[in-house]
Design a binder for this molecule. Structure first.
Ligand code: MN
Ligand code: MN
Length: 488
């Protein structure tokens, strides 16, 4: 018994504690975790749903609460007014203020600017939430509530990290750029970035977006995102909808043309059939392949979660590469087609097919637009249909790819090692992150996405959550990142 006690006390003595447990910065964060959760509770309770005009005052209130907290922990804040938003013709509602804040202004130190948002997606208990979405509820070491992961929890973790590091010494200048309209398209944000380029942003060395999940339980650093070229194919065959009893067998049907055109975009294995579409895709390097090896990603989990019986690719590397770094085409819908239940025998006069191509570096939207139009026009011409066909690209959002050897990436990887004792997953987003590309283009600065969300947080869905682990260890991650950045 005595022997066991000796062993236990030996293991608990400071010499045997891991460096993480010994770290006074981390101890400070652990000691305040209760307070951090309490603050998240207060912030989640504010219904800052930017999509609902009746809640716009709540979004502004959320921005003010955030401002007050930044002031309280020693930051300087400028609130930028964006004026009104024309919500619908003749109806104007105020846009929420944008926060520009800073901690420290020492020219000898590097300056990092973090971006995040305080607005949330809509949420109602009736949507199928198990708890009130605006009452933070702790269950199984998870914190449920709207905005816990997207993005109040992540911004708060960052603020708590700044506050904690300041208790010791803040070795970098920190700036914050926090908005309240992200979930509805970041109204007015590009304009501010342009306007503040030579003032607020002029001394910024690095930009970090704190609004992103990990791929697994291991921390992930996001270094790229796909773009999106969204197309409409409009086919018109008649002045009005026709009856298939009266016209079936007598007309060239618009819908048949459209279905044919949508059908020739890709083969059954997802390979895009548009000539030249793969020409500008960057080749996969050996170094890049290495990055995929240690990613924790289970195809079976993805199958279970999605209910898909077989994917287009059977290995982790192949599947993730096709999600992140190869282009894909998806067919989204047909406007004007009969889509109700029942058996309407209509021949639609005009139909608009909608599809998009997730394009990747170095594909250019303007080139993709030409390739798609040329291909569809030639395929349509082969059919010799007398109908009118028109292809338009309605969105041309650019892909984004960062340089992973930029100092902030090295600092983030060091921080992950320090807090979690693992190598960070280097990941990309299959979707589009316009803000990353915008920061890079307008400011010419290095951009990185360092979030702390979990892969199953359900950010826009019911029962959104962040785990206590991600929230508190994520706070340590941001805190370590600030320290590591100074020593790169
Ligand atoms: Mn978000
Ligand atoms: Mn979101």
């Amino acid at each position: 018994m005595l022997f066991i006690l000796c062993i236990v006390s030996l293991l608990l003595s400071p010499a045997f504690l891991s460096p993480v447990q010994n770290d006074p910065l981390f101890k400070h964060i652990d000691d305040h975790s209760h307070e951090y959760i309490q603050r998240l509770k207060e912030w989640v309770a504010i219904e800052s749903d930017s999509s609902d005009p009746s809640k716009r005052d709540q979004v502004e209130h959320m921005m003010q609460v955030t401002k007050d907290y930044i002031l309280k922990i020693g930051g300087k804040v400028e609130m930028v007014e964006l004026g009104d938003q024309e919500y619908s013709p003749g109806v104007k509602i105020p846009l929420p203020s944008v926060i520009l804040a800073e901690f420290g202004n020492d020219k000898t130190k590097p300056t990092v600017c973090f971006y995040g948002h305080m607005d949330v997606q809509p949420a109602k208990k009736d949507d199928g939430w198990e708890t009130d979405p605006y009452v933070l509820t702790e269950k199984d070491s998870k914190l449920f509530g709207r905005g816990t992961s997207d993005d109040k929890g992540q911004v708060l973790a960052l603020l708590h990290a700044v506050e904690s590091v300041m208790k010791f010494d803040l070795p970098v200048n920190v700036k914050l750029f926090i908005e309240g309209m992200e979930e509805v398209g970041s109204n007015g944000l590009e304009k501010i970035v342009e306007e503040k380029k030579d003032t607020f942003f002029s001394n910024v060395d690095y930009i970090v977006v704190t609004d992103t999940p990990w791929l697994s339980t291991k921390p992930g650093i996001t270094y790229g995102a796909r773009g999106n070229c969204y197309f409409f194919i409009e086919v018109e065959g008649a002045r009005r909808d026709l009856h298939s009893g009266g016209f079936g067998g007598t007309v060239y049907e618009a819908m048949s043309d459209l279905v044919y055109l949508l059908g020739v975009l890709a083969d059954v294995n997802g390979k895009i059939l548009i000539p030249g579409i793969y020409d500008d895709v960057l080749p996969v390097t050996e170094q890049e392949k290495e990055l995929y090896k240690d990613l924790i990603f289970d195809l079976k989990d993805m199958q279970r979660d999605s209910g898909v019986s077989k994917f287009l690719h059977s290995t982790k590397g192949d599947l993730l590469m096709h999600r992140w770094r190869f282009p894909s085409v998806s067919i989204h819908g047909i406007e004007g087609a009969f889509s109700g239940s029942g058996t309407k025998t209509v021949i639609p006069a005009k139909v608009i097919g909608k599809f998009s191509i997730r394009q990747v570096p170095k594909m250019k939207p303007s080139v993709v637009e030409k390739q798609v139009s040329n291909y569809l026009e030639s395929k349509f011409a082969e059919r010799k249909s007398p109908n009118k066909m028109k292809v338009t690209m309605v969105i041309g959002a650019q892909p984004w790819l960062a340089n992973m050897s930029d100092p902030q990436y090295l600092a983030a990887r060091n921080a992950v090692r320090r807090v979690f004792n693992v190598e960070a997953d280097m990941i990309r987003a299959g979707g589009t992150i316009p803000i990353a590309k915008n920061f890079e283009d307008v400011l010419g600065k290095s951009v990185m996405l360092l979030g702390i969300g979990g892969p199953d947080d359900a950010p826009h869905g019911q029962n959104e959550k962040i785990s206590m682990y991600n929230y508190i260890e994520g706070t340590k991650l941001y805190a370590s990142f600030l320290q590591e950045l100074a020593s790169i």
